[in-house]
Write a protein that binds this ligand. Structure first.
Ligand code: NAD
Ligand code: DAU
Length: 333
């Protein structure tokens, strides 16, 4: 049956991948609510069918607008956030406004209109792991966020849990690992290095490059979220991951190889303050209880397709590249 879905942050990286995925795999109708901050790009949603898709520019902290849009929706998927750790170290304030007050505003509307609500969160709420720790994050790992970004995401998760328990809001939460794929802002690690190579700039590795991230293709994140929306139990948290652990040095070397460059043509730059060492997700609950599994199992092939996308879509990112590099250069990164 066709639903009316409200998607916050649908002009961002993962939200826009979700919109494309839903239009392709369901009959649902979508409304995107997005403020179009520096991270949102309307072009990521160009050419979508007008009979199933509508775009509303606005802020998730705008109570009246949120109220109006919730009245018209069957379910809400909440991606909107300030999402970049480096920015949160420079100026945490927008992270508090959007990630905390924004989520609060949406929860109040979900409560008032009794709407199914799915909250998108991150594995970073669990802090980090030692490189040799045999454990991975599970749904019962204690919260221990490190950065202003991850602290606000942790706060937003706890608000969702409180609104479920105190007010009976029909919500679920997912915490996903690092995504890669098309439409990711060039401030982030993988697109930054790909576009650096295209521009003839050497890739930049923070610190030693030993830090590990657990990579998942954005399309697999989308299929997992749809699965939770359809089959998830109210009040539950599901971790999303695809067994994709790699250290940053390996990723840069693979990008260089796939782009036909010598494997050592990158720079080590100033490390990120408080840099989390390793994230790793155990997604057994999602796989065994809801029957989800990832489709993208070959990181090399997924990365190759992502590189092709950035080569083929230079107009999508060209306007932001110089500003991002100037921001990093000022910090020695
Ligand atoms: P992004 O920065 O690419 O996109 C965020 C979007 O939210 C942008 O389109 C922006 O315009 C919009 N937005 C920001 N503030 C807003 C506001 N006040 N009102 C309305 N819209 C607003 O982020 P992303 O990487 O796509 O992340 C999306 C969500 O997924 C976030 O909640 C993030 O915490 C979570 N997440 C991201 C990853 C990852 O690897 N990128 C992994 C796990 C979870
Ligand atoms: O784990 C999920 C999180 O993944 C999400 O919650 C965040 O929204 C998302 O931005 C991402 O956070 P990270 O901080 O892991 O991603 P980022 O792309 O900024 O960096 C990935 C790794 O690469 C990290 O160890 C820092 C490093 N890095 C990053 C940049 C931009 C570099 O070595 N060089 C760089 O130029």
């Amino acid at each position: 049956m066709s639903r009316r879905l409200l998607v916050t942050g649908g002009a961002g990286f993962i939200g826009s991948n979700f919109v494309h995925h839903v239009l392709e795999h369901t009959d649902d109708h979508l409304t995107v609510l997005d403020k179009l901050t520096y991270a949102g790009n309307r072009a990521s949603l160009d050419g979508l069918p007008a009979n199933r898709f509508r775009f509303v520019q606005g802020d998730i902290t705008d109570r009246n607008l949120v109220d109006e849009l919730f009245a018209d929706a069957d379910a809400v998927v909440h991606y909107a956030a300030e999402s970049h750790n480096d920015n949160s170290l420079d100026n945490p304030r927008p992270f508090l406004d959007t990630n905390i007050v924004g989520t609060y505003t949406l929860l109040e509307a979900a409560r008032k209109h009794d709407r199914r609500f799915h909250h998108i969160s991150t594995d970073e709420v669990y802090g980090d792991l030692e490189l040799d720790d045999p454990q991975r994050f599970t749904e019962s790992t204690p919260y221990d966020p490190s950065s202003p970004y991850s602290a606000t995401k942790a706060g937003s998760d706890l608000l969702v849990r409180a609104w479920v328990r105190s007010f009976g809001v029909r919500a679920t939460i997912s915490n996903c690992s690092n995504n890669y794929g098309p439409y990711q802002h060039v401030e982030k690690f993988i697109p930054r290095q790909i576009t650096n190579v295209i521009r003839g700039i050497r890739p930049k590795l923070y610190g030693s490059g030993e830090n590990v991230r657990d990579w998942i293709h954005a399309d697999d994140h989308s299929s997992a979220v749809l699965t939770i929306l359809d089959k998830g139990a109210i009040g539950e948290t599901y971790l999303i991951g695809a067994d994709g652990e790699k250290n940053n040095r390996e990723v840069v070397e693979l990008i260089l190889e796939l782009m036909g460059q010598p494997g050592d043509t990158y720079d080590h730059v100033t490390d990120r303050a408080g840099h989390d060492l390793r994230y790793a997700i155990d997604s057994t609950k999602l796989r065994s209880e809801l029957g989800w599994s990832p489709a993208y199992r070959d990181f090399r092939a997924g990365l190759e397709a992502t590189i092709r996308w950035y080569r083929d879509n230079e107009s999508w990112w060209a306007g932001t590249k110089d500003g991002v590099e100037a921001f990093y250069a000022a910090k020695g990164q």
